[in-house]
Design a protein around this ligand. Structure first.
Ligand SMILES: [Zn+2]
Length: 146
């Protein structure tokens, strides 16, 4: 039976030997690593040393592509790369990238936090990112003068 896993219960890095292993008495590779400015719990895997938050752990768990790759792709999009070029450069389908983006937009606020903290994406670049999918999920879209 598949158990419901909370972020922080497992390492979301597929390249890690302890990827996806739930924490219990034997398995203790995840430790808490403080909080982000907005108070999102941050975790670190002692095996592969990546840090991740509730968000990255949740939405990208069980995808075939490692969460870090997904986030990096989103960061490059925010920095102005086109989906078509990223698709060619990284070998992901454009539809796949769009699906990640849509999923990320559902958690826009937390994703922005991660992208800015871990990938040095600037605030102003994030709007361009969400504009690809036309919504910002949690936030109410503010009408823009065009
Ligand atoms: Zn790990």
């Amino acid at each position: 039976m598949e158990k419901f896993a909370k972020p922080g219960d497992f390492c979301p890095n597929e390249a890690c030997p302890d990827f996806g292993k739930l924490q219990d008495g034997q398995q203790q590779n995840i430790k808490k690593a403080g909080r982000t400015k907005k108070g999102v719990q941050r975790y670190q895997c002692k095996t592969c040393h990546i840090t991740f938050t509730q968000t990255t752990g949740t939405i990208f768990y069980r995808k075939r592509t490692p969460g870090h790759e997904i986030l990096e792709t989103l960061a490059l999009l925010a920095e102005g790369s086109r989906i078509s070029s990223l698709s060619r450069a990284k070998g992901f389908k454009e539809d796949t990238i769009l699906a990640w983006l849509r999923e990320a937009a559902q958690h826009a606020e937390q994703m922005e936090e991660v992208l800015m903290a871990d990938f040095r994406v600037k605030r102003g670049q994030l709007d361009a990112l969400w504009s690809y999918v036309g919504n910002k999920g949690e936030k109410t879209a503010t009408p823009r003068a065009t």
